[in-house]
Structures are given as C-alpha cells and as structure tokens.
Design a protein around this ligand. Structure first.
Ligand code: FAD
Length: 411
C-alpha cells in the first residue's frame, strides 16, 4: 500500500508516522518551501498525547513543551469563575502539553525524517487536483517556487491534510465558498517572561466576543519562560467575508493590538508589558466551516482542519487531527481494501468532530465565562451567587466528555 498525504501540518505528519508504524508507505507533499517552525502556542490534550506517546515521542515533547498543571477561567476583569487541574494532575494517564506549534511540528518532522527518510517529505509542491481510478489516485502538484513547473504522483490513497483552505475539500464541495467568520480576529504572540504563578498554569479571561488567553509554552529557566498570549476581539460584523487566505497569518503592529490587550486584567500579570515584549505578533481570523456530510470519496479523504476546521476553543484543533490520524492509520492496517478503510475512518470520526465544531461555535467549555459575564456584567462578590457550581461544572465537564477527554471522575 502506498499513501499520498497533501500537507505537512500536525495532521499530515502524524498520519505519516502512524502509517509507517503499521508498515504502510507514505509520502507527504507540502506546499511551503520547507517545513518551518511557524505559529505560536498550541495545547494538546491527554487523549492526543497518548497517541504521540505510542509513537515514542513523549521524551521529545518534554524537551520542548510544558506539561500543563492547571486551567483557570476568569472574567475579562480578572475575577475567577473556574479552576481545574489538567493532564496528569487531573488523573489522566498522559499529560496535557502547552507547546510552541513550530516546535511540535519539528518534533514530528524530525521523527518522519529519521524513520522514513528525508525523501518521505517533498516540499514546494501544492496539490492542485487529482483523478482516481480502480487501482489508485493520480495527484497533480504545482511547483510553488515558480508556479510553472508541475509534478504528477500516484498513490493507492490520497489524504488531504491541507488545512482550512483545502484543495481536496474544494474539489468535492466546489460551492462551499469561504470559511465562516463571526468577525473575531485573534492576535497571537510570545515573549520570554518572568514565571507567572507556578509556571505551569494557563488562564482564559473573557468569553467569545472578547477573550485573552495566556499560557507558558516552555520549561522555566532562571526564573523566565516563553509565555504565549492570544487576544481575541470581535472587530467586524458577522456578515463580512473573512480576509483572503494569503493574509491569514500576517503580522500585526503593536499599535493595533495594544488598545485591545488593555481591556483585560489577569491578577499578577502585566499584560501590556507582555505584549510589548513579544516578538512578531500574528493576526488570524477566527474561522471554521460547517460540518460536511462526507469526507471520503472512493480513495480520497480529508483529515484535520481540511475535514473539520473549528474555533480554537477547548484546545482541540491539533488534538482532533491527531485522533483522526490514529483512526485512519488503524483502519488502513486492518481493512482488506483502502476504500473500506477510508469509509470506516469517516464513519467513526466525522460525527465526533462535527459535534466538537458545533459546540465550539457556542464557546466550548469557555461558554461558562460567557454565561457568568452575561448574568453579571460588572464585578460580583461570589461567583456561586451568579451561576452555581453544578451549572458551571456541567458546561466545563460536559465539553470534556463530548470531546473525548473526560477523566473517569468527570464521566
Ligand atoms: C501557519 C500556521 C500557523 C498556525 N499557528 C497556530 C497557532 O499558533 N496556534 C494554534 O493553536 N493553531 C495554529 N495553527 C492551526 C493548527 O496547527 C491546526 O488547527 C491543527 O494543528 C490541525 O492541523 P492540520 O495539519 O489539519 O492543518 P494545518 O496546521 O493547517 O496544516 C496544513 C498544512 O497543509 C499545507 N497545505 C495547504 N494547502 C496545501 C496544498 N494544496 N498542497 C500541499 N500542502 C498544502 C499547509 O502549508 C500546512 O502545512 C496554525 C496553522 C498554520 C497553517
């Protein structure tokens, strides 16, 4: 069996490693000139870390990432609504990692090259189309260096792990149009910063319309560590189209972000100074797409953000891509025919991820912040008087159960 994978993101590279572990040959084809360490912070939940641990990557993750100990939800003016232990501290068998996306990508890329050879990842080639027949798929790629050259490759299966602007998805759903965008922009950055709290805690202040997220993404050294931050603010009407794909991770100026960052307060953290101390600030629209009726069409399927782009709440984007990879690789190893494997993969993963997409639109577990801010727009004396413990727990733990990472205690 030989498998073509379009896209060397977290989804595509993990799929390649898992197929290789089953003895299935895979080639990853990436549009970028190199697999670069781009992005800022990302959280990967225990159920997806279990899969990376099975690939033998836990020690490497520990070298570059941070095991998250605690999560706090706050109002945008810093009043506490909820706190809970995470990962091993919550009773999971595996940790939750807060990690720089680029470093996670590098761990995966290095493992692919070591185990499968450098030739397993081809770069500078963008999937432009494909045709399938009874024996396999012929995929066409455009050389992104000059836009003139092209390459044709053949595989028994094609997996489109090519992100939210997926070419594979557009081939099957040409009328789908642009991603849906509720007008919320996310600015992300990171700075070397004095350790905040225990150095292993993440905090989310504010609900869907205006939110701040902070978490450290590397182990502390000499009292400092890399601190990631995200500011989400609704800046446009939901009827406005999202920016075009080429400007999705553009850099933003400090002057643009500071007035928004100043709206938030987190006890013990000088947010303005953190934002000022950051390296490049990246701007992304917070967008997703409606769940699809099908991902698999014969010998071609979608995976990760190509299949189910979701709002980045509840720390699920990368985790769900990793769970897709596990399911797909296992089905490929077990099935008698590739079509059967792709069909079974879709049957398992599509309904589960559709539920996450829908729940994230309502704020995911962070909806608990929206609910409290709605009931008490100003400061409160005691959060229990605004929304009782059981009601808050139902939102937060209900999400963990739905997204597949509840502990035995939560379930
Ligand atoms: C540049 C970038 C930065 C990001 N930064 C963050 C971040 O800071 N924090 C966070 O939480 N999430 C971030 N994300 C999103 C997060 O990585 C994904 O939601 C999640 O990991 C799912 O990954 P995926 O592999 O399905 O898709 P992606 O991560 O989107 O990966 C898709 C890959 O496919 C490639 N590709 C696209 N089209 C084609 C094509 N036609 N042919 C070949 N290759 C193609 C892309 O270049 C990319 O490498 C980022 C994504 C990108 C692309």
């Amino acid at each position: 069996m030989s498998v073509l994978i379009a896209g060397a993101g977290i989804g595509g590279l993990t799929t390649a490693l898992m197929l290789h572990a089953h003895g299935i040959k895979a080639t990853v084809v990436e549009q970028a000139a190199e697999v670069r360490e781009v992005g800022v912070g990302i959280n990967t939940l225990p159920h997806s870390i279990a899969e990376l641990a099975e690939l033998g990557l836990l020690a490497r993750l520990d070298e570059v990432g941070l095991r998250t100990r605690e999560l706090r939800y706050l109002t945008r003016n810093g009043q506490e609504i909820w706190r809970e232990p995470r990962g091993l501290h919550a009773g999971h068998e595996y940790p939750q990692f807060s990690i720089h996306r680029g470093r996670l990508l590098k761990v995966l890329f290095d493992a692919v090259v070591e185990r499968m050879g450098r030739e397993a990842v081809l770069t500078g080639l963008r999937l432009s189309g494909f045709i399938q027949d009874d024996a396999g798929v012929t995929a066409h790629f455009v050389d992104t260096a000059d836009g003139l050259g092209s390459r044709t490759m053949r595989g028994e299966v094609l997996i489109c792990a090519d992100g939210i602007h997926s070419v594979g998805r557009r081939r099957f759903y040409p009328d789908e149009g642009v991603p849906s965008w509720a007008g919320v922009v996310m600015w992300r950055g990171a700075a070397e910063w004095p350790v905040w709290e225990d150095g292993e805690t993440m905090a989310i202040a504010g609900g869907l319309g205006a939110k701040l997220v902070i978490y450290p993404i590397a182990p502390a050294r000499d009292g400092r560590q890399l601190m990631n931050w995200v500011v989400n603010v609704r800046v446009a009407d939901a009827s406005v189209s999202p920016p075009p794909p080429e400007s999705w991770s553009k850099q933003a100026s400090l002057a643009k972000v500071l007035p928004y960052a100043r709206r938030f307060h987190v006890p013990g953290m000088d947010l303005e100074a953190l934002v000022r101390a950051s390296g490049p600030i990246f701007e992304y629209p917070m967008a997703d797409r409606d769940p699809l009726p099908r991902w698999t069409h014969g010998r071609v399927t979608l995976l990760g953000d190509a299949a189910h782009p979701m709002y980045p709440v509840g720390s699920n984007g990368a985790a769900q891509a990793i769970l897709d990879a596990r399911c797909l690789a296992d089905e490929m190893a077990a099935a008698e025919h590739p079509r059967e494997a792709l069909y079974r993969y879709e049957q398992d993963r599509l309904p589960k991820t559709a539920e996450v997409v829908r729940t994230n639109r309502l704020g995911g577990p962070e909806r608990v912040i929206d609910e409290v801010e709605k009931l008490s727009p100003r400061r409160f004396e005691n959060v229990d008087d605004v929304l009782g413990y059981e009601a808050r727990k139902a939102i937060v733990k209900g999400y963990a159960k739905m997204a597949g990472f509840a502990t035995k205690e939560d379930a």
